[in-house]
Design a protein around this ligand. Structure first.
Ligand code: DOR
Ligand code: ZN
Length: 478
């Protein structure tokens, strides 16, 4: 049977497809959640439903590898339904949810509970992270069996106050995770440096927004990136540096890559579009870990994205309530703000302003995340056989971000009032509309599913296996 005899479920006609290498006008036929055919409209199979995408760009749905959906534990901030609705409105078709919920996701039981919540509520596909902490060793195998996308290691304290493991525990955890192939994502801020500085600043009576930045200068992140890279190099573990916020982190990142460490990195819109100059006006709303830094960090971070030192864009979507973000004393303000819904519009606006290409954007937002977590080309690609995860975007639409109108429960962000020149119009997840004509589709709730089942991470080259804690404490033979 030729493809012309097959009836597709949906045909998207007239749009311009964007891949990491090219842009071209073509139709996409979708069947059973997969891309069935791409080509001239005349050559497409007949379809049950058609969508006219004339004048719009068709991007692979973004994969945001760093969101906090707060479910279970903090419904006043967000839950899996509102968080994934925000993703759908932002052209994001897969999210990786962080484990600093209540309870924290640190064992197979809490992970199973979160899988049940996400499976019932998600509008888009998802992966779930589990904590890698001081006492995680006995749980690693069961967590992998229960379906994690990867591990999250908090080298520094942030919301949820998950204690940071000692370097000794980190080494042993890396030794155990390395042969599993799972990637370890690091909140790379060294706790002892910033706690000491924060204590000193508080003792002086500082409560102003910039005291937050003073407590966490770039060396806090840079020392952590370098240390994590050494442990990864020693063990062969795969690692990912979350939320790169400074120029200083780029050197240990680039050097580790040059040495062959399997290390990847993300930055977030806040480190490209906001700066220390914004603290006075935005006050606690801008408080985030790691902090938004001095303006001179923005261009080097952008250049690192362009040259591939930084692999991808994520958001660290970290919703909090208006009350939690507007307290006077900066130390009492919760850290983070929503971003999953505004990343694509803001980044496409920045791509246009800095004369990068839509293809670059697709590499940062979809292809690289899929490749780094072993989901490619099922995810992150517009190819025949890939999941039909599409962001259909008007790249020529001027609008102003309004916190009151965002899907996220947290109606407060530093993005309020910013102008964007792009807007996702339709979002399709495995062939089904999650968002159509800027309207959430009711039947999409619960359609999202965990992507861990399709993940393939080949075993890396494990190093120093003869010197691991397990090896040196094994009973001696003879
Ligand atoms: O500012 C932050 N908020 N940074 C993090 O790493 C965690 C996040 C949160 O969960 O609120
Ligand atoms: Zn985070």
């Amino acid at each position: 049977m030729t493809t012309t005899e097959i009836m597709a479920d949906l045909a998207v006609n007239g749009g311009t497809i964007v891949t990491p290498d090219a842009q071209y006008e073509a139709s996409i036929a979708i069947k059973d959640g997969k891309i069935l055919a791409i080509g001239e409209q005349d050559a497409m199979p007949a379809a049950q439903e058609t969508l006219d995408a004339t004048g719009l760009h068709i991007l692979p749905g973004a994969i945001d590898v760093h969101v906090h959906f707060r479910d279970p534990g903090y419904p006043q901030k967000e839950d899996f339904a509102s968080g994934t609705a925000a993703a759908a409105f932002g052209g994001v078709t897969t999210v990786f949810d962080m484990p600093n919920t209540l309870p924290a996701i640190a064992d197979a039981k809490s992970l199973a509970e979160k899988h049940a919540i996400a499976g019932a509520k998600a509008h888009v596909d998802y992966g779930l992270y589990a904590v890698l902490g001081e006492d995680s060793l006995p749980n690693i195998g069961a967590l992998i069996d229960a379906g994690v996308i990867g591990f999250k290691c908090y080298m520094g304290n942030t919301f949820g106050r998950i204690p940071s493991p000692t370097t000794g525990a980190m080494l042993e955890l890396f030794e155990i995770v390395a042969p599993t192939g799972k990637r370890i994502s690091l909140h790379a801020e060294t706790n002892s440096i910033m706690e000491r500085r924060e204590a000193r600043l508080r003792a002086m009576g500082r409560t102003d927004p910039l005291a937050h930045l003073a407590a966490r200068p770039a060396v806090v992140a840079t020392e952590a990136v370098a240390r994590a890279a050494i442990l990864a190099e020693w063990t062969g573990a795969r690692i990912h540096i979350l939320h790169i916020s400074s120029t200083a982190e780029l050197r240990p990142l680039a050097e580790a890559k040059a040495r062959g460490v399997d290390i990847t990195g993300e930055t977030c819109p806040q480190y490209l579009l906001l700066s220390a100059d914004d603290y006075e006006a935005k006050r606690g709303v801008i408080r985030v870990n790691p902090p938004v830094r001095e303006t001179e960090n923005q261009d080097p971070i952008w250049q690192a994205l362009v040259d591939g030192t930084i692999d991808m864009i994520a958001t660290d979507h970290a919703p909090h309530s208006i009350e939690e973000k507007t307290r006077e004393d900066i130390w009492t303000v919760d850290c983070g703000f929503p971003g999953v819904e505004t990343q694509m519009p803001l980044m496409l606006t920045e791509v246009a302003r800095r004369q990068a290409s839509l293809s670059d954007y697709v590499r940062w937002s979809a292809e690289k995340p899929a490749k780094c977590w072993g989901l490619y080309p099922t995810k992150g690609a517009l190819m025949v056989g890939s999941d039909a995860d599409l962001a259909i975007v008007d790249t020529n639409r001027e609008w102003t971000i309004d916190d009151a109108k965002i899907q996220s429960t947290a109606k407060i962000s530093p993005w309020h009032g910013m102008k964007a020149t792009a807007l996702p119009i339709h979002t399709i997840v495995r062939g089904r509309f999650a968002m159509k004509d800027r309207t959430l589709q009711d039947n999409a709730k619960g359609w999202g599913r965990s992507v861990h089942a399709i993940q393939e991470m080949p075993t890396p080259d494990v190093r120093h296996a003869d010197q691991t804690m397990a090896a040196v404490t094994a009973p001696r033979k003879g």
